[in-house]
Design a protein around this ligand. Structure first.
Ligand code: SF4
Length: 347
């Protein structure tokens, strides 16, 4: 093990890493010895470099198991805002690592694969969104955290699915609002709060894929199971759900409910924590409507334990950001964190 680390350190020093290659592949494509204990070495690197690994619930189980903190977007943003680590390794998608960088300009923020994007964030290009916003100057802009730094910079308040209601409740009832980018979450919030927010027409490819027909059949086959869904799902799925909540709320509900069987309509990664915390309960992933057998987020799953190790070893790829953009994008995130704190919300 010692030899391998010495060797890798030597390679790092001597190796002329071609950053343009990382831009093309999204990660440092280096072969590592397949016999090394990635868990032990990642933990060692964490100590050596004073690094913290933050992982989203949708990451593969191995990454969740090696992480210092696992959470949803709100919890991860709160953790990123309060860490005293020198390096934040973000096992999630690009907008999440970007949020960590916005909150921690002096810290090094690493993402195992730069191409770990998000279909929801991609559904709101900044130039089109700005034109839309300019047409409604009297509206306040609330954006779901699943958006790019450019969209954040065009927003007044950021929210997550954990705190969206608390944020809306902190605003006057007659406040005109644009909600972006997720039309399903926005529609759900309109219904729940009685508001009439203008919705940007964006969606998450994973949460839109669930089959109402297959879920209905599954419910018939498992009559005691409750359907628990993330509000990014389509309205038809939410309408037949027994409980709707953010990823953290779904986890807490599964832990505290008397029910023993659940059909889970969100990304499958969360099932790992559900199963760990309540091993006696049964969790069935809600079936998708295409020929694919899974509903994994293809972006989240670009990160692997190997890529995590390599990125910690070489401290690449790193998230960098223009300072003017960072300052503009930070304001609405700060507002979200203040409102969440006042409401006693922890992700
Ligand atoms: S699950 Fe959906 S919203 Fe989350 S990262 Fe993947 S594409 Fe984006």
């Amino acid at each position: 093990m010692f030899y391998i680390n010495v060797l890798l350190n030597t390679i790092t020093r001597d190796m002329n890493i071609d950053i343009s290659k990382i831009e093309a592949t999204g990660f440092l494509d280096i072969d590592i010895n397949p016999t090394i204990d990635l868990f032990a070495d990642i933990n060692k690197l964490k100590k050596e470099k004073n690094a913290i690994v933050l992982a989203h619930y949708y990451q593969e189980p191995d990454i969740q198991d090696v992480a210092d903190y696992i959470g949803d977007s709100l919890g991860l943003a709160q953790k990123a805002a309060n860490t005293d680590a020198d390096i934040i390794v973000f096992a999630g998608v690009h907008f999440m690592a970007e949020t960590a960088k916005i909150l921690n300009p002096t810290k090094k923020v690493l993402l195992p694969d730069l191409k770990a994007g998000c279909s929801l964030a991609d559904s709101a290009p900044a130039n089109l969104f700005k034109a839309f916003k300019d047409k409604h100057p009297e509206h306040l802009v609330i954006s779901y955290i699943n958006c790019t730094a450019d969209i954040k910079a065009l927003s007044d308040i950021i929210c997550t699915s954990s705190n969206a209601e608390a944020i809306l409740n902190s605003l006057p009832k007659d406040q005109k609002i644009i909600f972006a980018p997720d039309k399903n979450l926005g529609g759900y919030l309109n219904k729940k709060t009685g508001r009439n927010m203008l919705l940007w027409n964006g969606a998450c490819m994973v949460h839109e894929i669930f089959s109402l027909e297959k879920i209905t059949k599954l419910k018939i086959r498992h009559p005691k199971a409750q359907l628990i869904s993330h509000p990014e799902c389509e309205e038809a799925v939410l309408n037949i759900s027994d409980y709707v909540g953010s990823t953290t709320q779904l986890l807490k509900y599964a832990q505290t409910s008397d029910v023993n069987e659940f059909i889970v309509a969100t990304e499958t990664g969360i099932l790992h924590q559900m199963q760990i915390s309540t091993p006696n309960k049964t969790f069935i992933p809600a079936p998708p409507n295409n020929s694919c057998a899974c509903n994994d987020c293809p972006h989240m799953k670009l990160n692997t334990l190997e890529k995590l190790y390599i990125c910690m070893q070489y401290e690449l790829p790193e998230i960098t950001m223009n300072e003017t953009l960072r300052i503009a994008a930070k304001k609405p995130i700060d507002r979200m964190l203040e409102i969440s704190k006042a409401a006693g919300l922890v992700g």
